[in-house]
Every structure is written in structure tokens, then in C-alpha cells.
Design a protein around this ligand. Structure first.
Ligand code: NAP
Length: 275
């Protein structure tokens, strides 16, 4: 599975499973990413806000795998909402990582976290367009191979589609067993925007859930294997995070098929909070 790719609508290949790196420190992440790459992971997901870009850049340079075989994603912070701010953020990420280009840059959130989590209906359409302009320029100059968004609702994406010549290639959103935002997934898939599934294990909360464990047992796999396989069978790109080499290895052993009946059961699991 680690050798398989999706293809973004602009033709760029993107490895089907990424290593998530949220809540891994800048010093620890060096060893974690080196372990992941030694197992065969080729796709690393970070963000300015994870404060570990420097360590990831170091691992990418030291790991012994050619840069063009690796796929590195970062994200423009929730509160950077201007053209100049976004332009500077991309330069800063490149410098911190010591890389000549990034594979994917996302807008981390359509609005500042406080407003997103409070469910505010205030939109940042103009501001996101300004950020998108800086990203589009970085994309067209070759500093970034693909651009996209994260935590975006349909109206936030439609705003970019309606007012820009470059459609987002990716929307990274929370999707896991017990949290299935069908409407936005369908919208993205209809518009050829790849959906990346963050927190595929609900930040660990899926593990130990008796009903999900019972289904995993049926296939002779762990809950994380079931949840990652579930995302893949929906055409999504899962970003499991692990600091354990054994877990990382296990999370890529996905040579089983969840039946249609069990996919339906998993799609109807009651809401599970991740944070
Ligand atoms: N765009 C956004 O706003 C956003 C938000 C949240 C997350 N993300 C991205 O999505 C990534 C993943 O989400 P997440 O960090 O919430 O975590 P997650 O992948 O849902 O869950 C991680 C937890 O699962 C455990 N785990 C993983 N594989 C396991 C296995 N095989 N057996 C037992 N336990 C296992 C990990 O522990 P061990 O370390 O011990 O394996 C860790 O405690 C993030 O790291 C980040 O890159 C993006």
C-alpha cells in the first residue's frame, strides 16, 4: 500500500497513506520520520502550527531517499489571512525545512480556530482569496507542486472556485469511523478534489471501542488497520499519526477487504468526538 498513489487533478502523484506528525516535537520528529521512511512511508503531513517543520526537513535531507520520491505537506496557519502573510509563510516554511520546494501547501482553516470551533458563521471569503492568490503564485512558480485547503466547507471551496483560475487539489478534513461528513466528501469527489482524512483513529479514541474492535477482530486486524482501510475504500487519503515503528508498520499492512455490508455498518457508527 505504501507504494500506491492517488493522482491529483493536475497530474501530481500523491502517496495514498501519509504519516501525521501533529503533537510530535521538533526533536522527536526526526527519528519518527526516519523510521517511517525506512518502513516505506513516502508522504509526511505537517503544519507551521505543529512546530516541527525544521525536524521534518532535517529527516527528509538525511534519510537517504531522493527528495523527488518523498511528498511533504505543510499548512498556512489559521490566522494568516492576507496575501503578504501567506507569501511570507511559504518562504518561511521552505527556509525552516531547508527544502527547495514543497509538494503540497494547504490553508489550515477557513477561519481562525476560535471562530471555527465556536461554529461562527462569519466568513473569510476575501481573506482566503488573498491567501489563495499567494499560494497560486507559489504553485505557478514551481515552489509548490500542489495547493489545497483544510477544514473547508462547501461554500468556502466554492468561493475559491468562483473567483480563481486554480481549483484546490485537496481538502483535508476530519473523517473517521464515527464521524462521516458525507456532504462535503461527495462535493469534493464530484469536483475532483482529493479528500484527505485527518485523525483516522479519532486521535486514538477509536482504539478500545468495543463495537469497532469486534469488527476488527472479524478481519483479524487492529482497529487502526480497520479505520485506515475504511478510509481507503472510500477513496480518501488517510493520515495516521504514530510515534511507534511497530504501529507505523502495522498501519500499512492492509491486505484485506472490508465487505460492503461492514462498510455500511461502519458508516453508521454513532458520532465519536476526537478532541
Ligand atoms: N488539518 C487539520 O486541522 C488536522 C487536525 C488534526 C490532525 N491532522 C493531521 O492528521 C494526523 C493524524 O491525526 P491525529 O494526530 O489526530 O491522530 P490519529 O492518527 O487519529 O491517532 C493517533 C493515535 O493513534 C495511535 N495509534 C496509531 N496507530 C496505532 C496502532 N497501530 N496501534 C495502536 N495505536 C495506534 C497513536 O499512538 P502511537 O503513537 O503510540 O502509535 C496515537 O495515540 C495528524 O498527526 C495531522 O498530521 C490535521
Amino acid at each position: 500500500m505504501l507504494k500506491e498513489n492517488y493522482r491529483l487533478y493536475n497530474g501530481v502523484k500523491i502517496p495514498k497513506i501519509a504519516l501525521g506528525t501533529w503533537q510530535i516535537s521538533d526533536s522527536d520528529v526526526i527519528g519518527t520520520v526516519n523510521n517511517a521512511i525506512s518502513i516505506g512511508y513516502r508522504h509526511i503531513d505537517t503544519a507551521v502550527q505543529y512546530e516541527n517543520e525544521r525536524g521534518i526537513g532535517q529527516a527528509v535531507k538525511e534519510c537517504g531517499v531522493a527528495r523527488n520520491e518523498l511528498f511533504v505537506t505543510t499548512k498556512i496557519p489559521h490566522d494568516v489571512k492576507s496575501y503578504e502573510g501567506a507569501k511570507q509563510t511559504i518562504e518561511d516554511s521552505l527556509n525552516r525545512m531547508g527544502l527547495e520546494y514543497l509538494d503540497l501547501v494547504l490553508i489550515h482553516s477557513p477561519k481562525p480556530w476560535e471562530e471555527l470551533f465556536a461554529g461562527s458563521d462569519k466568513t473569510y471569503f476575501e481573506e482566503n482569496l488573498a491567501v489563495w492568490k499567494a499560494m497560486t503564485e507559489a504553485y505557478q512558480s514551481g515552489k509548490v507542486r500542489a495547493i489545497g485547503v483544510s477544514n473547508f466547507e462547501i461554500s468556502d471551496i466554492q468561493n475559491l472556485i468562483d473567483h480563481s483560475n486554480v481549483k484546490p487539489m485537496v481538502n483535508q478534513i476530519r473523517v473517521h469511523i464515527g464521524h462521516m461528513p458525507t456532504e462535503i466528501i461527495n462535493y469534493c469527489q464530484t469536483n475532483d478534489i482529493l479528500v484527505e482524512a485527518f485523525s483516522p483513529n479519532a486521535t486514538g479514541k477509536l482504539i478500545g471501542n468495543p463495537a469497532i474492535e469486534a469488527l476488527a477482530d472479524k478481519y483479524g486486524v487492529s482497529v487502526p488497520q480497520l479505520s485506515i482501510r475504511y478510509d481507503l475504500q472510500l477513496g480518501l487519503l488517510p493520515l495516521p499519526k504514530s510515534t511507534s515503528k511497530d504501529h507505523m508498520k502495522q498501519n500499512a499492512e492492509l491486505d484485506f477487504e472490508i465487505s460492503d455490508k461492514d462498510m455500511t455498518i461502519l458508516g453508521k457508527v454513532e458520532e465519536i468526538q476526537s478532541l
